[in-house]
Write a protein that binds this ligand. Structure first.
Ligand code: SME
Length: 160
């Protein structure tokens, strides 16, 4: 369901920022019981805040820092049942209690960024959520690659 909706929602002839914005908004509103959902994008050195739904968040996350930085560095999904028990968790919003971070790896092996989903309750994310979000990121990665082939890796706007 999520995968089909994302597939229908994202056009590959429109800018990357457009695609990621609608993807973040759709996921934010379709997942129950969450307080933040969005992207951190890899700039070649660190993660920078991308499109999201939720409250304003930390803008820069060094590789290896917090759940996002760990998932990006290890290139694997990290599911945290209780953020207070995760050493180095970055509390952008003190209301967050659990989270899942899924890395977005392009088919040539490059790290594009991560999808970060936070919840205001402990133990919010199940194995099924992990599977669903991994399916969603697979669709996203193929859209991102198609957009990059079409418009390049910039924002896709004429002056940027
Ligand atoms: N939860 C993250 C930081 C980002 S915000 O929560 C939006 C982390 O510890 O990696």
């Amino acid at each position: 369901m999520t995968e089909q909706t994302l597939d229908a929602l994202i056009r590959t002839d429109e800018p990357l920022i457009t695609a990621l914005s609608n993807a973040a908004a759709f996921l934010y509103h379709s997942l129950p019981n969450i307080n933040w959902c969005g992207f951190y994008l890899f700039d070649g050195e660190k993660l920078v805040l991308g499109p999201f739904g939720g409250k304003p968040a930390c803008t820069v996350i060094p590789m290896g820092r917090g759940v996002c930085g760990a998932a990006a560095e290890e290139r694997k999904t990290i599911r945290v049942a209780d953020v207070n028990a995760f050493a180095g968790h970055i509390a952008c919003d003190p209301a967050s209690r659990s989270e899942i971070v899924v890395p977005l790896i392009l088919s040539d092996g490059r790290l594009f960024g991560v999808l970060d989903v936070d919840a205001p309750v402990t133990d919010r994310f199940t194995e099924k959520d992990e599977k669903d979000l991994s399916g969603a990121t697979t669709v996203l990665v193929s859209k991102i690659e198609a957009i990059m082939n079409h418009t390049g890796s910039g924002l896709g706007l004429p002056n940027f």
